[in-house]
Write a protein that binds this ligand. Structure first.
Ligand code: HEC
Ligand code: HEC
Length: 177
């Protein structure tokens, strides 16, 4: 019951853009990719919900708080990494574990591979994460290969989230406004 209460206000059970807060989380992800602090802060304010209950909700709040005060692209990326790690933590410990669907490989573009990384993080699926990093590298060969290799080899939820945060900083190199 507590789990469900947490989720009703945290997640959209259906598609992105549906009820709940998944739409805001997606807006934050896109803002972090572009290093757009105004959009990031706006979405973070929407995601601040003092009524949330459940495991990892404190961690979600903590990371949203970091997003609210992020002053540059790097801080934005780290805040997002903290958010996705906390979301994935609750999903992994839910019964049954929650899987968030994403684009399946092979991906048609590096952007789709990036979306697959996010879904893999939310689903706490290490294999899917490595596979999507691999695909991302194939489709975006200009990315710093060393960092991407570190992401592919990350072995825990927290390592994967950290590695993803570092990749996100590099998305900004091309995608910043
Ligand atoms: C307190 C636990 C908890 C937290 C924290 C949490 N979720 Fe969820 N989430 C769930 C549960 C349980 C479900 C499955 C039931 C449902 O859809 O309501 C779910 C379902 C989802 C789904 C739909 C999966 C599908 O395709 O059916 C998405 C998307 C999602 N969560 C995203 C997020 C994001 C993004 C965050 C972090 C901002 C987050 N969740 C944080 C527990 C949580
Ligand atoms: C070397 C530069 C470069 C890097 C690094 C890069 N991108 Fe891109 N990206 C582009 C360019 C150029 C386009 C537009 C042409 C295309 O679709 O390839 C694009 C398009 C996209 C799109 C689809 C169109 C849009 O803007 O919404 C998405 C999504 C995307 N990138 C996500 C990402 C993510 C996520 C990362 C980091 C994990 C990333 N990109 C890293 C250059 C880059």
């Amino acid at each position: 019951m507590i789990l469900l209460l947490g989720c009703i206000s945290t997640c959209a059970p259906s598609a992105p853009g549906g009820p709940g807060h998944y739409a805001e989380a997606l807006l934050m992800r896109e803002a972090a990719r572009r290093g757009d602090l105004l959009a990031l802060h706006e979405a973070a304010r929407e995601l601040e919900d003092p009524d949330l209950r459940g495991p990892d909700v404190d961690a979600v709040h903590g990371a949203v708080g970091m997003a609210l005060i992020a002053e540059d692209g790097e801080e934005a990326a780290w805040a997002l990494a903290g958010i996705v790690e906390a979301c994935g933590g609750c999903h992994a410990s839910s019964q049954p574990p929650v899987r968030v669907g994403g684009p399946k490989p092979p991906h048609a573009s590096h952007g789709r591979a990036g979306e697959a990384m996010w879904s893999a993080l939310l689903s706490d699926d290490g294999l899917a994460f490595s596979a999507s990093v691999e695909d991302y590298l194939r489709l975006q060969p200009e990315h710093d290969v060393q960092r991407a290799h570190a992401a592919r080899n990350a072995s825990t939820r927290s390592e994967r989230a950290d590695a993803w945060g570092e990749l996100l900083v590099e998305c900004q190199a091309c995608h910043a406004l």
